[in-house]
Ligand binder design. Structure first.
Ligand code: KIV
Length: 245
């Protein structure tokens, strides 16, 4: 699974073996340059879900329920999730289960599959005091394990575990029947997810757990610099790239 935010990348990813595309609320940071995911809105998530669906019609598409969109009552939760599904998402992802059990159950019973998200939950940036590995202490680990069980119990079809120690992720993946998809959660889970721009080397941030499969920033810089130099030297456009009449 990788994140995806627009139709151009979706069309490319649509031709790869990746199983699932995630319109993550990380788009607030990756696309809009915000410091956290908190500014992402339902309208933005829906617009980007629509774009990704237009680019990749056949991929399973999950969209994040953004900050507080599950906390303003069941009617608002249903409305927000409905917007994402109408925009083309096959499922929605929700950060945290505590206090969200009824919402998860209700969405699932309404025909909207729900993916859970535990461990480092970027929407809890302020409460967690920044970006920190979660579940290193016994208390935190037990809480994450209990929350993972609660997500499964409420009907979630899969769980993302972000930035937790490998043994904890392995224990949760071993215990749950639903697939556990890790990001910074080590090797012993059922699947992996990465932010596309981290994977492609297009990110402005460095991450210790993501692997860069391409130096995208260097390739883009090189290509645009060659274009500028061709324009300066009048090598672009050529006669072939010109309408004669
Ligand atoms: O928003 C996002 O990109 C995510 C992934 C990091 C799992 O939730």
């Amino acid at each position: 699974m990788t994140t995806c935010y627009d139709a151009s990348f979706a069309a490319i990813l649509g031709k790869t073996p990746v199983d699932c595309l995630l319109v993550g609320d990380s788009l607030a940071m990756v696309v809009y340059g915000e410091r956290t995911t908190i500014p992402a809105t339902v309208a933005q998530m829906a617009a980007h879900a629509r774009a990704v669906r237009a680019g990749a019609q056949k991929k399973f598409l999950v969209a994040d329920m953004p900050f507080l969109s599950v906390r303003a009552g069941l009617a608002d939760t249903v409305k927000a999730a409905g917007e994402l599904v109408r925009a083309g998402a096959d499922a929605v992802k929700i950060e945290g289960i505590s206090g969200n059990e009824t919402a998860v159950r209700h969405l699932v019973e309404s025909g909207i599959p729900v993916m859970g998200h535990l461990g480092l939950m970027p929407q809890f940036y302020h409460a967690m005091g920044g970006w920190k590995v979660q579940g290193r202490e016994d208390n935190g680990a037990n809480r994450i394990l209990a929350d993972a069980r609660a997500f499964q119990e409420a009907g979630a079809f899969a769980l993302v575990l972000e930035c937790v120690p490998e043994p904890l992720a392995a224990k949760i993946a071993g215990e749950l029947e639903i697939p556990v998809i890790g990001i910074g959660a080590g090797r012993f889970v059922d699947g992996q997810v990465l932010v596309l721009h981290d994977l492609l080397g297009l990110s402005r941030r460095d991450s210790t757990f993501a692997r860069r499969y391409l130096d995208g920033a260097a390739l883009v810089t090189e290509a645009v610099s060659r274009y500028c130099s061709d324009v300066d030297s009048l090598a672009f456009p050529s006669e072939k790239e010109t309408f004669a009449s």
